[in-house]
Ligand binder design. Structure first.
Ligand code: XMP
Length: 514
């Protein structure tokens, strides 16, 4: 198959690296993130149409700060440096990067000083851009001209057209730079010469080809969790290698009320004889007994999952691969941002894997955001009702029960959650909510029921709106709906005497409580 034109995004530690890649895909040009250790030979061999150097939190003058193979800058391939990427190009060509006297964060006025710059074609010379930096390039290096500046950044954009090198201090990839997509479009189409033929269907075709090449005639085991990510992975593998796929759904007993049976029905229809459900609730509960720490719970559940899969796999012949529905936000939050970042939270399907896993991992959705996975799922023919289901975390209710997980608490939480889902589904706001669930904390509080004082648990209701699950806002559920949810939970769920609504955004909170 003919390879698509592509743009590489070199990760220098920015939290936005994947966002840049995603923006390029939105422009229908294939784009992938590369580690900063790529060489000039890699570039010459793979021939990306252009390269974008991401931002990053480091300072180029610090010892050990990320860099790139400098020969790449002399290949003549168009390169766009963003933020740290600008500093890096500046330093490599002899410019001076220094701490800014006044740091620029947030919305900043930008003055385009060279309107003939291909990056700024069609744009107003007075713009608002989004900045986030503590260093500046004091002067452009020899051969470069300044194309834009701000009050505090003498070099807010620069270029060397002869060498095909461009750089901007601000972030065109974030929505706070409203015309940022125009700049990226100018770079991708006018400077790099892309034509924009990449579509979600191209991603599907290329993934199928890659999976076939990789697994050859061995069997692939897919871990189904009940969520859209693992189901999409499984359908993709099914399209690639047909009956070599075998799906296992481990019921860890931590799903919502009746959900395990519902998803089993969907899987049986899709995968027929190549599907098996393993009832492992007892095993998981035993391992989780007495465990309070969220990260320990995730690790235990992740490890137990893999163990169950390995046991199942050992009964099947020729299995060498296990496919997982890891998506980009899982990667970013488990391993930290990009290849230079810090860990935020270990998602069970990424961080919890034991070191000595016998099966090789296949993660075809690893570079995608949730809404991109949904597009892929629809393209593969997964029914809309399944595609638009709310995401559910791999470790399930274990991370929504704060502290120790017991059978009784699972039951209470399942009951409360079922009420929440029923009430939201019948209200008009449901389609606006990305994810809604209940949390059961360890604390108890005093209440009064009938003539008696009670000492019961609160249930915390969490409902968020979000597009990519990287940031989220709390959903403005009407008071009348909250009122029904609260009174039904308190009346119908034993040991619960209070309902609280979580009104925190992400960041600084996360969507889940653990
Ligand atoms: P947070 O809580 O990190 O959640 O804001 C972002 C999204 O990820 C889901 N989530 C998980 N999914 N394994 C998963 O498969 C996990 O360990 C995990 N933790 C959080 C969460 O439900 C939300 O959709």
């Amino acid at each position: 198959m003919e390879k698509h034109e592509k743009i590489w995004v070199v990760d220098l530690g920015s939290q936005y690296t994947q966002l840049i890649a995603r923006r390029i895909r939105e422009l229908e040009v294939y784009s992938e993130v590369k580690h900063s250790d790529i060489t000039a030979e890699d570039v010459s061999r793979e021939k990306p149409l252009g390269i974008i150097l991401s931002g990053g939190p480091a300072s180029t003058y610090q010892y050990g700060s990320p860099s790139i193979d400098e020969r790449i800058l002399s290949l003549g391939i168009p390169i766009l440096g963003i933020c740290y990427g600008l500093h890096l190009i500046g330093r490599i060509f002899g410019g001076k990067v220094v701490p800014a006297k006044a740091q620029e964060y947030g919305k900043t006025e930008l003055q385009v000083v060279d309107t003939t710059s291909p990056l700024f074609t069609g744009l107003n010379p007075e713009l608002i851009c989004w900045m986030s930096h503590g260093d500046i390039l004091a002067k452009p290096p020899q051969g470069f001209t300044v194309t834009a500046r701000t009050f505090h950044s003498p070099v807010a954009a620069m270029e060397n057209r002869r060498r095909n090198l461009f750089a901007v201090q601000f972030h065109p990839e974030v929505t706070h730079t409203p015309w940022g997509m125009n700049l990226l479009r100018n770079f991708i189409f006018d400077v790099c010469g892309a034509t924009g033929t990449w579509k979600v269907s191209s991603f599907v075709d290329e993934s199928i080809e890659r999976i076939r090449e990789l697994v050859e005639d061995s069997r692939v085991l897919v871990a189904l969790s009940g969520g859209i990510d693992s189901l999409t992975t499984a359908v993709l593998v099914q399209r690639s290698v047909g009956k070599q796929l075998f799906c296992i759904f481990v019921d860890h007993g931590l799903m919502r009320l009746r959900e395990a049976d519902q998803v089993e029905a969907v899987f049986k229809r899709q995968f027929a004889a190549n599907f098996r459900r393993v009832n492992a609730a007892e095993r998981f509960l035993r391992k989780l007994r007495g465990v309070e720490h969220p990260e320990r719970k995730r690790k235990i559940i992740g490890a137990e999952f893999v163990r169950v899969f390995e046991e199942e796999a050992s009964r099947l012949k020729d299995v060498r691969y296990m496919a997982q529905g890891t998506i980009y936000p899982d990667v970013i939050e488990s391993h930290g941002v990009g290849s230079h970042g810090k860990v935020i939270k270990s998602h069970h399907n990424v961080g919890g894997l034991p070191k000595k896993m016998k099966l090789r991992l296949l993660e075809p959705l690893r570079d995608l955001f949730k809404d991109e996975v949904r597009k892929v799922a629809l393209n593969l023919g997964v029914p809309e009702s399944v595609v638009h289901r709310q995401p559910f975390p791999g470790p399930g209710l274990a991370i929504r029960i704060i502290g120790k997980v017991t059978r009784r608490k699972i039951k209470l939480l399942q009951m409360a959650d079922a009420i929440l889902q029923e009430e939201l589904t019948s209200s008009e706001i449901y389609t606006e909510i990305a994810q809604a669930f209940c949390v059961l904390p360890t604390i108890r509080s005093v209440g009064v029921m009938g003539d008696r004082r009670s000492y019961g648990y609160p249930i915390i209701v969490r409902a968020v709106t979000t597009v990519d699950f990287m940031t989220a806002d709390w959903a403005r559920i009407p008071y009348s709906v909250l009122e029904t949810i609260s009174s039904r939970i308190i009346n119908e769920v034993p040991e619960v005497n209070r309902v609280a609504y979580d009104i925190s955004s992400k960041p600084p909170a996360t969507i889940e409580w653990e």
